[in-house]
Design a protein around this ligand. Sequence first.
Ligand code: SF4
Length: 188
Amino acid sequence: MNPDLLKLYSEFDYLYRDIGLICRDCRDHDCEGYVWLLKDETESLLDIDVQIVEINDNTSFIHSFEEEGDVVRVDKLKPPCRLREAGLCTIYKNRPLVCRMYPVGLVTDKDDVVVALHQDCGYARRLNKSDKQLFFQRVLGILRRTPKALLREWLESYLLVDRLSAFPEGLNTFEVISSLKVILNERR
Ligand code: SF4
């Protein structure tokens, strides 16, 4: 596994070190949707026998899709992740970046790809103005410390996923933290 990706994992784990207190009481739907993977993550999850679905030979997801005979129904929206059992992630130590970062994630906003805070998460909704500013600064700090090559890989993987999928019905409510291109361009 790429050591820069492991460092990014640990930085987000630290950022969310207290989120469990809020998740514990949350009754919202969780762990639904397309859990997409970076290349290193695909390999390490295959090593622990997690089922993966690959589309177009370039985009991988944790396999939580419905199956009808030999057909994998990738068109059904918001499949609940098969790796969640009794409210817990069964691969918690190995969960991918997209899970570790949530409620932060990439979003296509007009013609740009932005790092955003999803408002469908109780933790995000509870942040008051000053806590949110601090949270945004911490997220930006993490991304500024992350090597550009990894940020580029993250962006390229996201763009492949974005071409395949649309946000499910309903509002995608988020707050923009920063354009990812701005973060990439301000770095050498
Ligand atoms: S891998 Fe774990 S954290 Fe990620 S969606 Fe599945 S159950 Fe949830």
